[in-house]
Design a protein around this ligand. Sequence first.
Ligand code: IPD
Length: 257
Amino acid sequence: MHPMLNIAVKAARRAGSIINRATLEGGLEVHAKNRNDFVTQVDRAAEQAVIDVIRRAYPDHGFLAEESGASAGARPEYRWVIDPLDGTTNYIHGFPQYCVSIALQHKDVLTQAVVYDPGKNELFTASRGRGAFLDDRRMRASKCAHLKDALVGTGFPFKELGRLDLYLRQLRNLMGTCSGVRRAGSAALDLAYVAAGRLDAFWEMGLSPWDMAAGALLIQEAGGLTCDLEGKPDFLASGDIVAASPKVLQELLSALK
Ligand code: IPD
């Protein structure tokens, strides 16, 4: 395993034990950051644990983390993009679909990725050019060839209600053309499921880089494709991501138009 991926795995597992322990102990303190956007003391403690593990190994790297924001570091060309608990709303309700998401960018290129589901103890990893793995098994994106046969994941634009009409039009088109639609509530884990071939495709608008960075590299290394709604590569900047098996992507983009 690449040494930087190894550190990311260590950090993700450390955060995962904080998340699991807090599930047993209870006493969750929930604060609203914005409408429909929550944070708990577990998000914060898990994020601190991830940063501590990485900073000990790489003291001069930069960070972009959901709760503490951006810090450049002496070598800002290395940037760790962290969501310590993706699916906080699920976690608060005991709905078992949430994860830790950690990616490393080098000069803006995604190079390492970990998505860890602490409830199911599933570890999704990838290093650029070295493939993607679920635990120690190689992952391959689905070979689904037609949108009509595809199970498609999505996320609702619940923070950006201004785009709800556009989203509902997309959903209406999709529901008429694919085999099923799922909204599980953790974008990073949804993307990991595309990499694992459990979903044939996924789209969501208005995400943050920490929701997408690790999952996107997992998909690319598993042979799937990622882009924005225009089919362009800049989804990390726009926040709108479309991901699919190679044969389904064009059909999906047309259905979302
Ligand atoms: C959220 C989840 C959710 C997505 C939201 C994200 P958070 O992440 O990924 O699936 O629909 O847009 O913000 O806030 O729980 O880390």
